[in-house]
Structure formats: structure tokens, C-alpha cells
Design a protein around this ligand. Structure first.
Ligand code: ZN
Length: 500
């Protein structure tokens, strides 16, 4: 038990500092005056380095060595074994990256991000091309430091999705492309036409806020351990084990983005609020991976939020806050929230075409990290893939490869977790559906208690004690299989678009 006490002691110091960093970051993205930017960046930078040094230290080296020795003699308890395994995993990755390299990446990406924002506004990739080249070089160096078996890109993916490789992703992506691309074409050619028009209108900010609060309460978010505020780019931030905050956007001319950003972030927040107290002050009090975290948000947003039965209840909530929805029937509403239309912009993509956006980015990332494409050839590669997979061509770089900040911020390996989130969500939801017999009638009444309990038991309560592939195997008795997602979308959208 002595080891655990020492680990928890270090973990607690680190968590307390991180909690301050999170609160500063939350404030920066909500209420901080713009003029305070520079000082705030210094404060966050200083505290982040302090937190890093609490974790990566001689003390920690010795402690992990001692635990390793005890482990080889089978002296660790099951609990100690779990904590040791994940702490060591995280420690090895963090320690493999030299602080000078990390600092260089941080500085380079913050400069590139600034330039990206300008280039995006002007729709001109060439302005940021050279700097992106530098970020790629640094990411390649990082991959070498972290280490990998077959593909340097795997090292970058492992920072977000432990155990995942490009080889596995490629298999999944090929199967998605084979099934989904022709299916999307069938929907385009269907005689059934849908539209999002009835979601548009004028929505008062105050009423939007009240509606969002009701939505979060409906899904089981605990306002005693969190709050809701407004921001430009929605996100969820875990400040401490009893303070998980949701930030959403209030869009006043279209109800869709507000409803679905809130449900999405609410799904992330439910996960954080459901992490087990047992794991406090250890690395296990966290989500299993970025992909598993995204599965929780996408499940609430799509598998639940765009579900036939739940959408009846959702429409009922909308009618309460915006009386003009009284004129809208459920079928039209259901079709509007499930409208499929291939588009150029990822964050506006519907449930069916979204993964194609991620496949394009993942294939390009792999080519970049392996020097199979030059940075100058990127716009061409981007456009070719969009044409081939979605039949669309961006008219300028802002709607093309400048739309997302990820690459310019040095986040290579992050994109796949969005797709994995959708796939994990479908696989988990299929088992949830099987386990909860009266699911449809509960969804129709907006009673999500049983669903949340199922998620708590099968996903949330495990925290980060397992790797993502182990979690999926434990719950579904199978590895990740894209067929769950494919079957789910094909069943759902064939009905809506009357495809036989
Ligand atoms: Zn998310």
C-alpha cells in the first residue's frame, strides 16, 4: 500500500495544479477580458511546466522502478497492478519526449496557429505552408522519440488512442468506404428529399439557455457538480472530481447547433461526472482514451439525440421553450434532424458522412508523417479525395485543408479519435439496446436513468483502468468492428430515404 500512497501523493499535487490550469483555461474561453491574454498565457505555461515536473522526476523514476521489481515478484495487489500499468504507460510516453522538443513544438504551433487563422480568413494555404512543414518535421521527430513498431504515425496515434495503429485503422476505413460511399450516393439519388429548414428561425438567447439546461438535466448531468456557460467553440472541462463544466454556443437563427453541441458536450460531461472516486489522485481517474470519450458524446448526440423515440421528447422540450414548434409534427422534425447532405465542412457534417471527413484526414496524416506527400502537394491531395469520396470540390482553401486547426496546432494523430468515437458508440449502443428492454418507451418519455446506469457500469466506472480495446472487448465480447456502425446507419437512413 506504501507505493500507492506515494503515487497518490504525487498524483494529488499534480491534480491540484492541473485543476488551477483548467480553471484558468475555462475563464480564458468565457469571461476573461481580451487584454489579459498575454499574462494568462504565461500563468498557464508556468503552472503546466510545474505540473509536468511534479510527474516526471527522479522521485517518480525510483518509485516506478521499485514497483516494477515488486511486480516481477508478484507482490502487487490487483489494484496496485492496474495503477502501475497505466501510470507507467503514460510516464514512458511523456518521458520519451525531451522537454526542449516539447517546448519547440509548443512555440512553433502557437505561432503557426496564429498564422493559420490569418491564412484561413484569406483562404490561402501557401501563407502557412512552410510553417506547417516545420510542424510536420517536429511531429516526425516526436514519433521517433516515442517509438513505434511499423509506422511512425502509430506513435502519434498512441498519444490519443493507446494501442491503435494505422494498420488497424486502414482496415476499418476500407470497410467504411466500401459500404458508405455507395450508400451516400443512393441517398443523394433518392426520391425522398429532406431539409433542415424547419430548424431555422429566430431563437432568443435566454430561452436557448433555459432549453440547454433542461436538455442537460434530461440526460442526467449533475448541476451540483457543474455549470453551463456560453463560448464560441463548445467544449467540456473537468476542473476537479466534483466540478465538470459544459460550454456550449447559443445560435440564434438555427436551433440545430445549440441542441446538438449541448447534447454532445453533455455526453462528455456525463463520463467525467461518472468517473470512479476510487481512482482519485491516480492516472486512472480519466477517460479510457480520446476515442472512448468521444463515444460517450457521440452516443448522447446521435444514437440518443437523433433517435426516433427520443426525438419525440426532444420536440416536446422545444415546444415548451419555442412555441412556434407547436406547428411542427414529429416525422418532419425527425427528418430535419437526420438530414443527410455531403458537405465540405467537417463540423457541419451529418451523422452519416462525418466519418468520411475523418477518413480523408487520417489518410493524409499517414502520408505526411511517412513523407509520401509533400506539403506543397496537400491542396491537390485534399481536393482529389473530396472529389472521389464525397463528390465535392472546395472553392478555396478555407473550405478545404484550412478549416481545422489540428495540424497547425501540432495535433497529428488526433483526428482518428473522432471516427473511433462514432464506431465505439454504435457498438456499445447495440449492446445497451439489447440490455434495456423498454428502451424506446423510456426514450420517448425522456427517462434516461437506466441508460446512464448502464453507461456508468460498463464504461464510466472503469475510468482509465483499461485500454480502449480491452474496454470494448469487456463490454461487447468483441474487438472494434465497423459493421455495428454500418448496420446502424444503413437501417436508420434506409427507412428515412426509402432505400430498399
Ligand atoms: Zn467531443
Amino acid at each position: 500500500m506504501k507505493f500507492l500512497e506515494e503515487l497518490r501523493h504525487i498524483g494529488k499535487e499534480r491534480a491540484l495544479i492541473n485543476s488551477a490550469v483548467s480553471l484558468l483555461a475555462w475563464d480564458q474561453r468565457t469571461f476573461m477580458p481580451e487584454g489579459a491574454y498575454e499574462y494568462r498565457a504565461d500563468a498557464i505555461g508556468y503552472l503546466s511546466e510545474l505540473s509536468f515536473r511534479k510527474f516526471v522526476s527522479n522521485e517518480m523514476d525510483k518509485l516506478l522502478e521499485k514497483m516494477e521489481r515488486e511486480r516481477s515478484k508478484n507482490h502487487l495487489s490487483e489494484y496496485e497492478e492496474k495503477v502501475f500499468r497505466m501510470t507507467k504507460y503514460e510516464y514512458d510516453i511523456i518521458k520519451s519526449i525531451p522537454p526542449e522538443l516539447l517546448k519547440e513544438i509548443t512555440i512553433e504551433s502557437s505561432k503557426t496557429e496564429e498564422l493559420w487563422s490569418k491564412a484561413k480568413n484569406e483562404g490561402n494555404f501557401s501563407q502557412v505552408e512552410k510553417r506547417l512543414g516545420k510542424i510536420i518535421e517536429l511531429s516526425q521527430e516526436m514519433a521517433e522519440r516515442i517509438g513505434y513498431k511499423d509506422n511512425p504515425y502509430d506513435a502519434l496515434i498512441s498519444r490519443y488512442e493507446p494501442g491503435m495503429t494505422y494498420k488497424k485503422l486502414k482496415e476499418v476505413m476500407e470497410s467504411l468506404k466500401t459500404d458508405l460511399i455507395p450508400f451516400i450516393e443512393e441517398i443523394n439519388d433518392s426520391r425522398v428529399k429532406t431539409s433542415r429548414d424547419l430548424l431555422k428561425g429566430r431563437f432568443e438567447r435566454r430561452a436557448l439557455e433555459n432549453m440547454c439546461k433542461e436538455l442537460l438535466e434530461t440526460i442526467g448531468y449533475d448541476f451540483n457538480a457543474g455549470r453551463l456557460d456560453e463560448t464560441v467553440h463548445p467544449f467540456t472541462i473537468d476542473i476537479s472530481h466534483n466540478d465538470t463544466r459544459v460550454l456550449t454556443k447559443f445560435v440564434t437563427d438555427d436551433i440545430g447547433p445549440t441542441v446538438y453541441s449541448t447534447l454532445h458536450e453533455g455526453g462528455h460531461a456525463l463520463y467525467d461526472q461518472g468517473l470512479p472516486e476510487d481512482y482519485l489522485w491516480t492516472v486512472l481517474r480519466d477517460g479510457a482514451s480520446y476515442g472512448i470519450h468521444e463515444s460517450q458524446s457521440r452516443m448522447v448526440e446521435n444514437n440518443i439525440g437523433r433517435n426516433w423515440s427520443f426525438s419525440k421528447y426532444l420536440l416536446h422540450i422545444l415546444k415548451k421553450h419555442f412555441p412556434h414548434f407547436n406547428l411542427v409534427d414529429h416525422m418532419s422534425f425527425y427528418k430535419a434532424i437526420n438530414h443527410v447532405e455531403p458537405s465540405l465542412i467537417r463540423i457541419e457534417a451529418d451523422e452519416l458522412t462525418y466519418n468520411i471527413h475523418i477518413i480523408i484526414r487520417t489518410e493524409i496524416e499517414n502520408a505526411l508523417i511517412n513523407n509520401k506527400v509533400k506539403v506543397s502537394e496537400l491542396p491537390e491531395m485534399w481536393n482529389e479525395k473530396f472529389k472521389e469520396y464525397l463528390g465535392l470540390l472546395p472553392s478555396n482553401d478555407s473550405e478545404g485543408l484550412l478549416q481545422d486547426v489540428h495540424w497547425y496546432a501540432g495535433m497529428f494523430g488526433y483526428f482518428p479519435s473522432y471516427m473511433l468515437g462514432n464506431l465505439y458508440a454504435a457498438q456499445l449502443f447495440s449492446f445497451l439496446q439489447h440490455d434495456i428492454e423498454d428502451l424506446d418507451s423510456l426514450l420517448e418519455k425522456g427517462e434516461l436513468g437506466k441508460i446512464v446506469s448502464w453507461l456508468r457500469k460498463n464504461v464510466h466506472s472503469k475510468g482509465r483502468s483499461v485500454f480502449p480495446d480491452e474496454l470494448i472487448k469487456e463490454v461487447t465480447d468483441e474487438e472494434l468492428k465497423p459493421s455495428y456502425f454500418i448496420n446502424y446507419v444503413k437501417t436508420k437512413f434506409s427507412k428515412i430515404y426509402e432505400i430498399l
